[in-house]
Design a protein around this ligand. Structure first.
Ligand code: PEP
Ligand code: MG
Length: 912
């Protein structure tokens, strides 16, 4: 191909408070280059440099090294001279050497793709000048050692050749450390460093056959070409392919003057934040060290000092250091370099105002001169995220929509559950890891059996996995830990619903129920031992770790109100008890999208009647047991209707396979036989009879109501009698009865007829009526496909995306934990489809379901009640399908509210 040699700008300069480029030129200059240009343009002192454009990378790939150098030589030479002028040094000079850094920078950040070469320009002669100019031999030789190491690795390919091999330079360093009997890099003397440089160079020569160039220009071209090559390196190609970034984007190369914070007492380096990243408070803060390099601040060898006087005073109080000692030993930058501090203060204001976001900045002071090396939007906690967005809105820095879009919905979780004390968690020992199934922090004593949770005031229930039998124990425990199961295992779903901390699938746990021991890596823990769980990270800690209650700040409430003004989706909750319903209403739920009635049957007084019903040999026997259950269910529903005070409440008829309700342990089977005055054999044979090969595809859902209509009758009666009772107390009730697991129209209509007949009977008996709706879950793929037929008879649809995902993929919800992690690791799946809706597959069925349903009934009310209802990406998808509501666990309601507002804002922006 023909390369354009006509005048085309290929090199863009920045520095000295001006720049050829700006922030909008990401595609040409890469993210880093555009940002450096922007900073320089607005007057921030960045070390001067230049960016070779991404287009040159593409040209390089077509014409090769020599032709590329011809294309850019003149511009690069001029730019390098320019840098030298600003820095009062000269590239290639032995006496006053200008040192450079060379970095890649694609238009999007590609972590791990690119390498960096620092201290470029050093050679056997200039290292001596550097030592002389800085009066610091060790510094000069350490800089040279780092350069040879980086150049050797990045440009000359001195990298480990296999996973087993260690870095060739590290190997040499280890050898010398052993010889010298030292441990740390900082223990190397200048002579050691000289030796290292020599040994590194010899190693390069013997492995590559090439000599490390002494000529700075040869070094520079080598480094520039290495950055271009890295665009086609294995790591970059993998990353690009994964994200669908085209090969012709290319990477830019950024060349900058090196600045040093370790040149003596008048130099230093630090990191600072324009606001507090932990609390969001609008206070400038940060840490620095004099006579140090960037990595020293984070390495923890020396104690970094606070930048501001206020920060320093606060720090000293915590560290219990008297004021006089603080001032002399740990002064703030504000106190020891007031002029530089003032400059830094002004730049941080300027950068925050410019980027309209909290900034995380790196700076270096070289011989009293301040340089800003980098600025980026700072990472922050959930609390800080909310406070900063709302403060910036108030300050007029951002508008309402932007404040909403600034929120990472999932991070709100941190504000909704108890959290570990930051200091305590740092000291705690991690003993194993599992899946972060339900966020929050929990500390308690180990207990292995659900019916024994009450033994301890603070208990952590540790199980291989949980089943509905464990429900009460789970309720009582502070947290739940399971060795098996994934993010939608029973333990995970139930715990999230309860807002209870849970870690599932912690494979390293060996649990012995008999001896009541838990073994991790050969270490034994017994019943009663204290452990702590971080349900947000999946970390399991030994012992007690202090927790604190979450604080719902004023800004959090304001944010929620604001987002309600933008969202069009309504937010409901999945709640099975009045307490959950109330908690959800406090978080802003506008109704219940799913009450799983089966959960009510597990409480001690009810499970017996339920088992009696299941074990009954005749319809009459079943009816007798159901009559015992009726008042219990009715009072549950009354509580929920009252809590929801006029908001719609969707109650689902019995769904799980009956075998889940019968006891599987011999002792409980014996108890049951005695209670019911039947033989143990009879109990055992019924349990055996209920066993199924694929219970999830077996006798469950509406199949139960069709085979035992008396169950549907009892539940309908309980719902409508409760509604009439509550109505008589002057409270509005809006019941919605939902039929689960429908796959054919006939299944739905048969259940609907039972419900209607029962309703008429109840209304006749009470001489009163309530309006109610009869609808269906859409959770069997066939139901989505025949949605037009079903919509003719159903009054609402609710997508049960847990089962819909299970059946669309053919992945068992309870067994997927065995292979899903591997699928995710290997990239066979990009995300866990039980967590976030698979829009291509399951989503297509949903689109069909919504489309066909509304074709017949344009106003058909449609929602979602699977776990996905609380996942922000899924909420956005539901919004795009035009659903009426999403329903999620109580503790996810605020997340869904903000996600729905974001979805509405984005949709509007897309349409306009
Ligand atoms: C579903 O399948 O999405 C659902 C909400 O029901 P369950 O999780 O109870 O099967
Ligand atoms: Mg289901």
């Amino acid at each position: 191909m023909e390369v354009h040699t006509e005048i085309k700008k290929r090199v863009f300069n920045f520095g000295d408070r001006s720049a050829d480029g700006n922030a909008t030129m990401r595609n040409l200059l890469g993210g880093k280059g555009a940002n450096l240009a922007e900073m320089s343009r607005i007057g921030v002192p960045v070390p001067p440099g230049f960016t070779i454009t991404t287009e040159v990378c593409t040209e390089y790939n077509q014409v090769g090294m020599d032709a590329t150098i011809r294309l850019i030589r003149e511009e690069v030479e001029t730019s390098v001279k320019n840098i030298g002028k600003i820095m009062k040094a000269e590239f290639g000079s032995d006496d006053h050497p200008l040192l450079l850094s060379v970095r890649s920078g694609a238009r999007v950040s590609m972590p791990g793709m690119m390498d960096t070469v620092l201290n470029l320009g050093l050679n056997d002669r200039s290292v001596e000048s550097l030592a002389r100019l800085t009066q610091n031999d060790r510094f000069a030789w350490d800089s040279y050692r780092r350069f040879v190491q980086m150049y050797g690795g990045v440009v000359m390919g001195m990298k480990p050749r296999s996973k087993e091999e260690i870095d060739p330079f590290e190997e040499i360093m280890e050898e010398i450390k052993q010889d010298r009997g030292i441990e740390l890099d900082t223990d190397f003397t200048t002579d050691d460093l000289r030796l290292l440089v020599r040994r590194f160079k010899e190693a390069i020569k013997s492995r590559t056959g090439k000599t490390l160039p002494e000529d700075p220009w040869e070094q520079l071209w080598g480094a520039v070409m290495a950055v271009f090559n890295s665009w086609n390196g294995d790591r970059a190609v993998y990353y690009r392919t994964m994200h669908g970034y085209p090969a012709n984007w290319g990477t830019a190369v950024n060349v900058q003057a090196m600045v040093f914070g370790n040149m003596g007492a008048n130099s230093g380096t630090g990191v600072c934040f324009t606001r507090d990243a932990g609390t969001g408070e609008n206070v400038f803060n940060g840490e620095y060290l004099m006579n140090a390099q960037g990595e020293d601040v984070v390495a923890g060898v020396r104690t970094p000092q606070q930048i501001t006087k206020l920060g320093s005073e606060r720090w000293a109080v915590l560290a219990q250091i008297p004021e006089a000692e603080r001032r002399s030993k740990y002064p703030s930058l504000e106190e020891i370099m007031p002029v530089v501090y003032q400059e830094l203060f002004e730049y941080q204001r300027m950068l925050e105002t410019h980027y309209r976001n909290m900034q995380d900045m790196e700076f270096t002071i070289q011989n009293g001169k301040l340089w800003i090396l980098q600025t980026r939007n700072g990472k922050r906690t959930g609390a800080a995220m909310v406070k900063i967005a709302m403060d910036m809105l108030r300050e007029g820095l951002i508008g309402e929509q932007e404040a909403i879009l600034r929120i990472e919905p999932i991070k709100l979780d941190e504000l909704l559950h108890p959290v570990f004390d930051t200091k305590a968690i740092k000291k705690a020992r991690v003993i194993a890891q599992g899946l972060p199934a339900s966020p929050g922090a929990a500390t308690g004593q180990i207990v292995f059996h659900s019916d024994e949770v009450g033994k301890f005031k603070n208990a952590i229930l540790v199980r291989l996995e949980t089943s509905p039998e464990d429900l009460e124990g789970m309720h009582l425990a502070n947290g739940i830990l399971t060795a098996r199961g994934g993010m939608t295992s029973h333990a995970a779903v139930v715990a999230r619903g309860m807002g209870k901390c849970c870690i599932s699938g912690a494979g390293a746990l060996k649990i012995n129920y008999r001896t009541r021991t838990l073994t991790i890596d050969g270490r034994e823990y017994h019943e009663g031992d204290w452990i702590s769980l971080n349900g947000s990270t999946g970390n399991i800690f030994e012992g007690k770790v202090a927790t604190r209650e979450p604080e719902l700040t004023g800004e959090f409430a304001q944010l929620m109100k604001l987002s309600d003004r933008y969202r069009t989706l309504r937010i409901r909750t999945n709640a099975d008890t009045p307490a959950d319903a109330l908690a959800a209403r406090n978080f802003g739920a506008q109704g219940i999208g799913l009450t799983r009635t089966e959960h009510m049957f597990f409480e001690v007084d009810r499970i017996k009647a339920m088992r009696e019903m299941i074990l009954a040999a005749t319809t009459k026997g079943r009816r007798r047991a159901l009559e015992v259950l009726l008042p219990m269910q009715r009072s549950d529903f009354e509580g929920i209707f009252e809590a929801m005070d006029g908001h719609p409440v969707t109650i689902r008829l019995l769904d799980p396979p009956l075998h889940e309700f019968v006891p599987h342990q011999l002792t409980t089977q014996k108890e049951l036989a005695e209670d019911l005055h039947i033989s143990l054999e009879a109990v055992k044979s019924k349990v055996a009879e209920l066993a199924e090969f694929n219970p999830m595809l077996g006798h469950r859902g509406c199949r139960l109501g069709i085979t035992y209509p008396e169950i549907t009758e009892m539940q309908t009666r309980a719902i409508l009698e409760a509604a009439l009772h509550v109505k008589s107390r002057g409270i509005t009730v809006k019941p919605e009865i939902m039929v689960p697991l429908v796959g054919t129209l006939e299944e739905f209509s048969s259940q609907r007829d039972v419900i209607r007949e029962t309703a008429e009977q109840v209304f006749r008996e009470y001489k009163d009526r309530v309006d109610f709706k009869i609808g269906t879950m859409i959770e069997v793929p066939r139901a989505a496909l025949i949605a037009d037929k079903i919509a003719g008879e159903a009054e609402f649809f609710s997508f049960g995306t847990n089962d819909l995902t299970q059946m669309t993929y053919g992945y068992s919800r309870d067994d997927a934990g065995k292979f899903l992690p591997i699928y995710l690791e290997k990239g066979i799946l990009k995300a866990d489809p039980f967590e976030t809706i698979d829009q291509k597959g399951v989503g297509t069925l949903m689109r069909i379901g919504v489309g066909r349903g509304r074709e017949i009934k344009p106003g058909l009310k449609i929602g979602i009640c699977g776990e996905h209802g609380g996942d922000p990406a899924s909420v956005e998808f539901c919004n795009s399908l035009g659903m009426d509501y999403v329903s999620c666990s109580p503790f996810r309601v605020p997340i869904a509210r903000i996600a729905a507002a974001q979805a509405a804002i984005k949709k509007q922006a897309g349409n306009s």
